[in-house]
Design a protein around this ligand. Structure first.
Ligand code: NAD
Length: 500
């Protein structure tokens, strides 16, 4: 039987790719190819841009009330059908269903935030800045904007972007990951059902060819990117050279510092959930535990005990707590770090390759949870973003050394501290160079009305996503100075305007 090929979504219709290039979509739990996805060429990207450009005129002119009403409708549909989106995520990404549903709900929170965008689109007004003169500001949409998103949150990350961009009056083109394209396609269909006019939200499926066509397209005014650091850097440099507004969020290596006074059992539970949830394929996963002073032995023993109880299996089985990795190539790359850690002198406490599903005949891309102790900062297992279920423990003598270690790392998405000492927590919060800080919270992803983003090599550009930064990114500010004189003035003044 021929496999289904996931299409583009342009003008509220499925549009099959004509490029004759496709990519395979797997079920990571079985290793089977379940679908193909068409990969756009430059002409297909241009077709989407033409549609979005035509739609911009009327969408940006629609009243704020009309625009947000469509978002409210979409929110109701998503509320009813969140599980359908989650099932598609599990089928293509592999994460367990409860985690997939959590992802959809976090995306929905951004949609709910965007429903109230009118508060944040308000300008400001200064009355009588000069005789009969007022100055005020208005926020306007940019035009056609694009989002390029990673495989690991195929629904939530697009929802970090398009609800806000569209509520602000832009038209949006999404280029999802070619590894799991179906869930965002379903979101587009729901948005259409909610009453979104043709061309306001288009999707082009594709790979680097589509991305390069987006970056080079003169009608696309802004690009939001989320993915790995090398590609984020490339997107930022190319888009800026094309004079587009750009925000590019990159990879991560998130540290969890555990002080000797912490609740060790609670910290171990948090570490296990934050390191192995979603098989470590989260940009906010904890990948390094920094054990300070005498806490290390007890903490490592507690993590080892708790991770042994982790239930690994297909994401659609209710009993599973951790699913497979996204592809075989990625699984094998992650497993390679266990060998490299051993050969570079770290102590492998638990080797995920010993899990029965790693070598099972069913062909799924499973790897058990791994724990590596006595990791040093010069080892590959510490330096690289692994993006899998491998947790490193670095032992340091004191708090000072812990802060130095975290701040010396080039990645700076999130960092967490576990302690009972409010003063230490406050010092950590103030001195850590990372975009998001957790205090006794291992994955400090902020709520939708705050902004999400890192620093250093985890972010290229200067705005974070969603929250007020999201609204700022998708709008341009205009300052208007107006005079409505009471009486007619004689003569022409050639002096530079001054406020009298
Ligand atoms: P990726 O960088 O490989 O791909 C991201 C997007 O870029 C995809 O749409 C892909 O098609 C496209 N792409 C890939 N190679 C390209 C190339 N050479 N030229 C142009 N475009 C290209 O990332 P991924 O593997 O899909 O996702 C995992 C990565 O994303 C991890 O590094 C993770 O940390 C990061 N991530 C970061 C955040 C964050 O908020 N900072 C959030 C989620 C994921």
């Amino acid at each position: 039987m021929a496999l289904e090929t996931v299409s583009h979504f342009i003008d509220n219709k499925a549009v099959p790719s004509r490029s004759n290039r496709t990519s395979e979509v797997f079920n990571p739990a079985t290793g089977e190819v379940t679908k193909l996805v068409g990969l756009a060429d430059a002409a297909e990207v241009d077709e989407a841009v033409t549609s979005s450009t035509a739609a911009f005129e009327s969408w940006s002119d629609a009243s704020l009330a009309q625009r947000t009403r469509v978002l409210f409708n979409f929110r109701e549909i998503l509320e009813q059908r969140a599980k359908d989106v989650a099932k598609l995520i599990t089928a293509e990404h592999g994460k367990v269903l409860s985690d997939a549903l959590g992802e959809v709900k976090r995306g929905q929170e951004v949609l709910e935030f965007a429903c109230g965008i009118s508060q944040l689109l308000k300008g400001s007004l200064s009355d009588q800045v000069s005789k009969d003169v007022d100055t005020y500001s208005i926020r306007q949409p940019l035009g056609v904007v694009a989002g390029i998103t990673p495989f690991n949150f195929p629904a939530m990350v697009p929802m970090w972007m398009f609800p806000i961009a569209i509520a602000a009056g832009n038209t949006f083109i999404l280029k999802p990951s070619e590894k799991d394209p179906s869930s965002s396609f379903l979101l587009a269909e729901m948005f259409q059902e909610a009453g979104l006019p043709e061309g306001v939200f288009n999707i082009v499926q594709g790979d680097k060819v589509a991305v390069d066509a987006i970056l080079g397209h003169p009608k696309i005014k802004a690009v939001s990117f989320v993915g790995s650091t090398p590609i984020a850097r490339y997107i930022y440099e190319r888009a800026a050279a094309e004079k587009k507004r750009v925000q590019a969020l990159g990879g991560a290596k998130n540290h969890m510092v555990v002080l000797p006074d912490a609740d060790v059992d609670g910290a171990a539970t948090a570490a296990v959930s934050a390191a192995y949830g979603s098989a470590g394929e989260r940009c906010m996963a904890i990948s390094v535990v920094v054990a300070v002073g005498g806490v290390a032995d007890e903490l490592v023993a507690a993590i080892q005990t708790k991770m042994a109880a982790l239930k690994i299996g297909p994401g659609d089985q209710i009993s599973s707590e951790m699913g497979p990795l996204v592809t075989r190539a990625h699984r094998d790359r992650v497993a390679g770090y266990i060998d490299s850690a051993m050969s570079q002198g770290a102590k492998v406490i638990t080797d995920g390759r010993s899990h029965a599903l790693y070598s099972a005949e069913n062909g799924g891309f499973f790897l058990g949870a791994s724990l590596v102790d006595e990791v040093r900062p010069d080892m590959d297992v510490y330096r690289d973003e692994i993006f899998g279920p491998v947790l490193s423990v670095v032992r340091v003598e004191d708090f000072e050394q812990a802060i130095e270690l975290v701040n010396a790392n080039p990645y700076a998405n999130g960092a967490a501290i576990f302690t009972r000492d409010g003063g230490a927590a406050r010092r950590f919060q103030r001195s850590i160079d990372a975009g998001m800080v957790g205090i006794n919270v291992p994955i400090p992803v902020p709520v939708a009305y705050y902004s999400f983003g890192g620093a250093k090599d985890s972010l290229f550009g200067d705005t974070h996503v969603h929250g007020e930064d999201g609204v700022r990114f998708y709008t341009k500010l205009k300052a208007v100075t107006s005079r409505w004189p009471q009486e007619h003035r004689e003569g022409v003044d050639f002096g530079f305007p001054q406020n009298r």
